[in-house]
Design a protein around this ligand. Structure first.
Ligand code: GLU
Length: 453
């Protein structure tokens, strides 16, 4: 795709802080950002807060927090409300040049109040532009009539504010959602009347949920900080959002930020909608979790582990470290460590579990003597394993023949239950390795004592 390479590329993200923005909104920021950075250009953030009633500081803060979390650094930050002076000057020059006029009109609310509006004198012509994604777009502006551009000289409305800001900030490429296509002809007319150079436009396809409906509160419309708080990795969210409406044309799906910077191409953005698929997000997050160094994985796990776990008697950093791979295998986001911890699913690793003796029986078995005998034999075999070699493969090899002869369920179920006190847990060999020889023996001893009791 060709564009003016002589001019430094400047893009912007221009959110309105009238609500919490969802992933689809940030996808726009990401494409804008990547395009600017690829061309050694600048990326500007402009908070469009001219709607005083609906704009809230907390939404603005959430936007800036989310951009920081995604690692999308910007070269400049503006607030539209601070630029009204510039909009007023533009309105005055349009009026002076005969491109706009003040119109006295009765308010539509039936109050009989006469208001002064600023209307643009629409030449009513065919406006066309070459959208970098959608190709040539032609729209007849006649039907738009003399549209309103300000409530008064000091109260600019959306179109004039956007055009003046973009022009003064030197924005060369306007990357935004396709819901703004209908606004573009009005804005181009304003560019022409103000004598500004018309920027390039790239209107992005919508982001829909899995049933092809608009993102809603229940599906996909959560703010990005929701995912941050659930322990998703920002690099994974960046990767996932970048693939909403864009693909590299290869099988590659996992991208670091640097790789996105290299591979992203505006002209490969598709016209059809991107689908916000939570399963895919989870898969991408997990792939990024696996890309972390062991140290970083451990740091994340430790961060999310609730106090109720770290305060347990048998808790140690070393033990937690030995569980690293096991935990990573089980989760799709680090926040699940907190959930598992709070749900009591991790307690047994660090404290003797309590359970009913009956739980030790395999299926319909109820023979106490046999159960005691088997657990005692398991103890004997484990006792014979050197503490230094207490690894799951060695433990398994040591027990396998006995378990196979006696019945695997009959031997391994009570062993696993004695170690975890839970119906669902990792296999007994892995458990034994994590718990270590002495705790393993202690817990099986506890089960034997229960049988005697
Ligand atoms: N503030 C507008 C919005 O949040 C975006 C304006 C633009 O990108 O031109 O939808």
């Amino acid at each position: 795709m060709s564009f003016d390479t002589e001019k430094k590329v400047i893009t912007r993200f221009a959110p309105s802080p009238t609500g919490l923005l969802h992933g689809g909104n940030y996808r726009t920021a990401i494409f804008s950002y990547l395009f600017a950075r690829q061309h050694n250009g600048q990326f500007i953030v402009r908070i469009e807060d001219t709607d005083r009633e609906r704009s809230k500081k907390e939404y603005e803060e959430n936007i800036l927090e989310s951009l920081a979390w995604l690692n999308l650094e910007y070269d400049a930050l503006y607030r539209q409300s601070e630029l009204v002076q510039k909009h007023s000057e533009a309105l005055e020059s349009l009026i002076a040049g005969g491109y706009a006029y003040i119109s006295k009109e009765e308010a539509k609310d039936g109050s009989g109040i006469i208001r002064e509006l600023v209307r643009f004198k629409n030449p009513g012509k065919q406006v066309s532009f070459d959208d970098l994604i959608r190709g040539r777009i032609e729209i007849d502006t006649t039907d738009l009539g003399d549209f309103v551009i300000a409530k008064s000289i000091t109260e600019p409305l959306f179109h004039i504010a956007v055009v003046v800001d973009d022009a003064l900030m030197g924005v060369t490429h306007i990357v935004r959602g396709e819901d703004h296509i209908a606004n573009t002809p009005r804005q181009i007319l304003l560019y022409e009347a103000l004598g500004y150079a018309i920027p390039h436009y790239a209107h992005l396809p919508l982001v829909l949920d899995e049933s092809r409906a608009k993102l809603s509160k229940r599906r996909g419309a959560e703010p990005l900080t929701y995912y941050r708080d659930k322990g998703y990795l920002p690099q994974a969210i960046l990767n996932f959002l970048a693939l909403l409406g864009w693909n590299p044309g290869t099988e590659k799906e996992i991208f670091t930020k640097d790789e996105l910077m290299q591979s992203f191409a505006l002209d490969r953005v598709q016209k059809s909608s991107g689908i916000f698929n939570v399963e895919k997000l989870n898969w991408i997050n997990k792939e990024h979790m696996k890309l972390l160094t062991k140290e970083e994985q451990f740091r994340q796990i430790s961060n999310y582990l609730p106090r109720q776990i770290t305060e347990l008697a048998e808790f140690s950093k070393e033990k937690l470290m030995s569980m690293n791979d096991l935990l990573i295998e089980h989760i799709t986001s680090f926040g699940q460590i907190r959930e598992m911890g709070e749900a009591g699913e991790l307690t047994f690793y660090f404290a003797q579990p309590s359970y009913e003796k009956e739980k030790l029986f395999w299926k319909d078995e109820r023979d106490n003597t046999m159960l005691t005998q088997r657990l005692t034999k398991v103890c004997d075999i484990i006792m014979g394993i050197d503490e230094k070699n207490f690894g799951q493969e060695i433990i398994k090899n040591a027990l396998w023949e006995y378990a196979t002869n006696e019945g695997r369920g009959q031997v391994l179920w009570p062993m696993r239950y004695a170690l975890s006190g839970r119906d669902k847990s990792p296999d007994p060999f892995q458990l034994a390795q994590i718990l270590g020889k002495s705790v393993t023996l202690k817990r099986i001893g506890h089960a034997i004592a229960l049988c005697h009791g």
